[in-house]
Design a protein around this ligand. Sequence first.
Ligand SMILES: Cc1ncc(COP(=O)(O)OP(=O)(O)O)c(N)n1
Ligand SMILES: Cc1ncsc1CCOP(=O)(O)O
Ligand SMILES: [Mg+2]
Length: 209
Amino acid sequence: MDPVFPRLHVITGARRPVEVVTAAVAASLRLGVPDQLAIQVRVEDDITDRAAFLLAAEILEICRPQNVLCLVNDRLHIALAVGADGGHVGADDLPVAAARKIMGGVVGATCRDPESARAAVADGATYLGVGPAYLTATKPGLPAPLGPAAVGAVAAAVPRTPVIAIGGVTAGNAGELIRAGAIGIAVVGAVSEAADPGAATERLLKALS
Ligand SMILES: Cc1ncc(COP(=O)(O)OP(=O)(O)O)c(N)n1
Ligand SMILES: Cc1ncsc1CCOP(=O)(O)O
Ligand SMILES: [Mg+2]
């Protein structure tokens, strides 16, 4: 695993995704840490593949010149078609082993417990997204929040694989997740819903430094 795996994953929401990504990338450049930022293109299920493809291509054009990692959620065919750096899969998506077969780059996998974490790593996951760490309104129907200790238990089970905590993460609670063992965080609302997404990204990056 590349030792410089990004520690802040900004995931696009429905609101102004291109504006948010532009601001997040600019913030990482202001702080001189574009290698610490990843952008994950995530669209709702009712968005067509064509619209998702066009959005992912536009976002990749913002990320690539600055060496900001660009991942696509769920739709690995779109990740491959635009030439993104990788993709992220969860329980309703391609199994990790199948994702690994078609994706030469980064494969992220959602895990909530040590056993599934070890299985995902054995199947070829590059990093794990672990959550929900805290309550979140962004994705309905999730299990109860894990809290920092359970996130840390997953991280301890896969010591050579980066664990990215997700779900209700803010600049205020990021520190306790890192202290528990996560190497980074993924956010939707903390950046997408912020009045100033660039300033919000700076706060999150500083909370990780
Ligand atoms: C970094 C990261 N971690 C977890 C997820 C969630 O993926 P998944 O469980 O497949 O849910 P959806 O995001 O597809 O609704 C993620 N996207 N990123
Ligand atoms: C997709 C997903 N999976 C677990 S929590 C989550 C949403 C995280 O959004 P937010 O950062 O706004 O809580
Ligand atoms: Mg998914």
